[in-house]
Design a protein around this ligand. Sequence first.
Ligand code: OSB
Ligand code: MG
Length: 375
Amino acid sequence: MVTHPLVERAEVRLLALPLVEPFRAAHGALTERALVVVRIETDIGHGWGECSALPDPTYTGEWAADAFDRLGRDLLPLIVGQAVGPTEAVAALGEHGQPMAAAAVEMALLDAALRAEGRSLASHLGVDDEVTSVVAGAAVGLGTVAEVVASAERQAAAGFGRIKLKIQPGHDVDVVAAVVDAVPDVEVQVDGNGSFDATHLDALAGLGDLGVTAIEQPFAPDDVASAASLTERSSAPVVADEAAPDLNAVRALQRAGALGGVSIKPPRVGGLGRAVELHDLCRTSELKATAGGMIECGLGRRSLAALAALPAFTLAGDVSPAARWLKADPWPDLAMGAGEQHGRILVPDEPGVAPDPDPELLERLTVRRHVVRPG
Ligand code: OSB
Ligand code: MG
């Protein structure tokens, strides 16, 4: 029997992180990154976890201020005073319908355990020792064609070999063609965040002809018929993001012929353990996987880079340093490689998920804080 560490105390913080530029997608715009983090203290040491819920319930049903309240009031009290491991915590907390909050608790418990073992997250996830970097990919939000082209050029100059353009009806073929023209050596993917429908099939099918390598969540998650039509017509794979909350959803889409790949986001599926299960399903069922970002801080971004080093991630992902979006961040950031590794993100190899945050910056960026003690 495995003995789990005893959780002695937990703390949840709501941070307000300034953005480098607004992030606009079909589901809404972000001007500041409200972000929740948890710190869990156990008898083997402490760990940190990120709850990547956005400031508003636009992408999924969770949102940062609510996650802060629920973690402090309902979720963390379930594990404080208990002996619990990361997997058990997700099983217990996942039932509460807040996968991003459960993922935060999993990450913190895993961070504590891996630090105590002196082991890196990549090693724990089963990443091959020889894989020390992954392709650097940056997302670019909605904007005028001139704004999007300028941003794509900045990302290309910074070394990103892959760009994921946000698209929506009327902001699709023209903007993609302009970017392909401006940065011809960069791999272009697109993400519609569910904003298209069956009337847009021609325009979407035309994106593959422009060289686009992935079409992420063009249709609403329940519009399986349109996803199946596009899968049949498009040379670029249709990739599920919002439509892939769990393994069963992915299996059902694949059976319907409506899927070519999956954006794997640990927060959306309830943590790293479940993300690895989804990765393994992609590997055995010949689906392409891409590592999906959530405008995380360095903590979440590090965990994403470790995950992205697994073998089914054959499509470049949203693996950019947190500083792609965040102007201030208490956590040490991911790094772009130098020399031959330029254009690639180095897979973190320190013990745990991430080193500790800068305490002063953390304090300065904290809006609310709540401590949970036993009893
Ligand atoms: O749809 O992939 C998405 C960010 C927040 C919520 C949903 C999505 C995104 C991104 C961000 O596209 C990409 C990144 O983190 O750089
Ligand atoms: Mg997406």
